[in-house]
Design a protein around this ligand. Structure first.
Ligand code: ATP
Ligand code: MG
Length: 416
């Protein structure tokens, strides 16, 4: 079954408030085998709400309205949904009594406005609100040939979650045909999105039973696979078959099947190999060290290192000969190698990493453009240097340089 989620509230159309409830609902709906086909955000305007409610009821099996169940004039959800369904509201005496008792227990008298919260759509089941004053409503109704489920839930996240979890999920499980969704996530470092898509599209297009989404951000591509089936085994088998085919095509471009970060994957490899590292960073200014130490337990393999921005410190802290810098320039293959070797020696690490480059926007020369970065790894087997020119602004160049160094290290460790 498919769902549509409608977030109601004019504040959600400003830059100051976001609809986060739908993220939670989507996760929970997927868990019981319901796919979300539409999400809408609508302000507190009667005609807009009625029109979106009519659309949603016509096209989705399950429609979830959230927000606008409060006591004020702009809380219109109850009446607009009733209107869209062509049914009436009635005032529920039990809710009125419950509301009065709730106010009385706090030694407050209830404003008449709050009576609106006792208005129930004809045919709806009332969902008590353990955390607030706005009860929810659950409606099952045959419309045309199809059986629809509608929910009205309160907007405050803690109220919505409690109500959905305790009262809606169990009801959904009995109404929704048993379906499970299996997912796989493949992460790829440093491949252009178009190149990745060219490789994988012919494969995933053959697997129409699996939905594949490609997301690219921050030097990483994520391939999200999802499949729905009647049983867990069937759904798992479908995503596994596709994941295996993709892995065979992409090989070691895939750094993880799962949600680990690149720095975490590299950390695991370092730990398995019993290796230690030290880094000498110029243009990344400590970003690589920061990323490596984001991982809890990184002290097992990360010794430390130095941010060697000036030429002087490249010599003093990482032992790069001053003549080398003078003859090749600080941003050079030779200096990158010397940074990796020097920091490895000085720190007594098994592996040394050096990064030097031009993050921009200033500092470029005709031979050395903005984005040019040399990455180096030194270990007992020898020293490698990788030259890359990254497009983009300063932040992007620095991020990609750290990403490249991590990926270079990952490959080195995988093949050692
Ligand atoms: P009540 O007025 O009784 O608190 P309500 O159902 O009318 O409940 P709203 O007034 O619409 O709810 O929202 C109450 C609070 O919940 C606001 O702070 C609002 O920003 C937040 N909220 C509403 N909808 C969402 C949403 N979709 N995601 C995250 N927060 C939301
Ligand atoms: Mg509101």
């Amino acid at each position: 079954m498919d769902a549509e989620i409608i977030a109601i509230g004019s504040e959600l159309l400003t830059p100051y408030r976001q609809d986060t409830n739908s993220l939670y609902l989507t996760e929970r709906l997927n868990h019981v085998g319901v796919e979300v086909r539409f999400k809408d955000v609508v302000g507190d305007r009667r005609e807009d709400l009625v029109s979106i409610a009519k659309n949603a009821i016509a096209r989705a099996d399950i429609v979830i309205f959230m927000g606008g169940l409060g006591p004020t004039e702009d809380d219109l959800t109850r009446e607009c949904v009733a209107h869209a369904l062509g049914v009436e509201l009635h005032r529920d005496a039990e809710i009125v009594a419950w509301l009065r008792a709730r106010f009385a227990s706090r030694h407050m008298s209830m404003p008449d406005n709050n009576l609106r919260q006792a208005d129930v759509i004809d045919g709806a089941l009332v969902l008590p609100n353990a955390k607030g004053t706005a009860p929810g409503q659950w409606i099952e109704k045959r419309i045309g040939a199809s059986q629809k489920i509608l929910m009205l839930l309160p907007g405050p996240p803690w109220e919505l979650k409690a109500m959905f979890e305790e009262q809606c999920v169990p009801r959904l499980r009995t109404s929704v045909p048993p379906q499970v969704i299996a997912t796989r996530l493949l992460k790829i470092a440093l491949m252009p999105e178009s190149q990745c898509d060219a490789l994988v599209a012919p494969i995933y297009k053959r697997h129409t039973e699996v939905e594949t989404t490609i997301l690219a951000a921050r030097g990483e591509i994520q391939l999200h696979l999802r499949s729905r089936a009647a049983t867990q085994d069937e759904a798992e088998a479908r995503v596994q078959v596709l994941a295996d085919e993709l892995l065979a095509e992409l090989g070691d471009f895939v750094f993880t099947v799962g949600n680990d970060t690149l720095e975490k994957v590299v950390g695991n490899l370092l730990q398995q190999r019993g290796a230690t590292i030290a880094v000498a960073e110029s243009c990344t200014g400590g970003l690589l060290s920061q990323r490596i130490t984001m991982v809890s337990g990184s002290s097992a393999y990360f010794l430390g290192g130095a941010v060697v921005y000036s030429n002087g410190l490249k010599t003093v802290l990482a032992g790069v000969p001053a003549e080398l810098i003078a003859s090749h320039g600080a941003v050079s293959r030779e200096v990158a190698a010397a940074l990796a070797q020097g920091i490895r020696d000085r720190c007594g690490a098994k592996i040394g990493i050096g990064i030097t480059g031009i993050a921009g926007p200033s500092g470029a020369t005709p031979e050395k453009p903005v984005g040019l970065v040399f990455h180096s790894i030194a270990d007992a087997r020898g020293t490698d240097v990788l030259e890359r020119t990254f497009p983009g602004d300063r932040e992007r160049v620095r991020l990609w340089a750290s990403q490249q160094a991590l990926d270079m290290l990952r490959r080195r460790l995988m093949h050692s």
